[in-house]
Write a protein that binds this ligand. Structure first.
Ligand code: SF4
Ligand code: SF4
Length: 107
């Protein structure tokens, strides 16, 4: 199992080794109407209800890398520009892939 995880990680790293594009986790602004659409769609369980509106855990948000071509929470949100990039959490593509591996390929 450990060897399989290491191999999966190596494959994922190989896919992104040349890609150092800066990306970011996302955040939900106060335009949120608490419609509940985004929370069940997140593949990383990064979205949860906060004190007033839904929130995104930046430690779990990967911009949906490894699951979808673009952030699925943005795709399902009915209010434009409610889910936006979080400038406080700049990450490289490789860092997002590392997060994906840790979330989904470790026991
Ligand atoms: S971008 Fe993807 S991983 Fe991040 S909060 Fe939205 S649905 Fe979840
Ligand atoms: S889909 Fe948009 S409006 Fe609905 S809960 Fe999520 S962030 Fe708020």
């Amino acid at each position: 199992m450990r060897i399989l995880r290491q191999r999966n990680s190596a494959i994922l790293r190989a896919l992104i080794i040349e890609d150092t594009r800066k990306t970011m986790a996302l955040l939900i602004t106060h335009k949120c109407i608490n419609c509940d659409m985004c929370e069940p769609e997140c593949p990383n369980q990064a979205i949860s209800m906060g004190n007033e509106i839904y929130e995104i855990d930046s430690d779990r948000c990967t911009e949906c890398i490894g699951h979808y071509d673009k952030p699925t929470c943005q795709s399902v949100c009915p209010i434009d520009n409610t889910i936006i990039i979080n400038p406080a959490h700049k990450e490289t593509n490789e860092e997002l892939w590392d997060k994906f591996v840790i979330l989904h390929h470790t026991v």
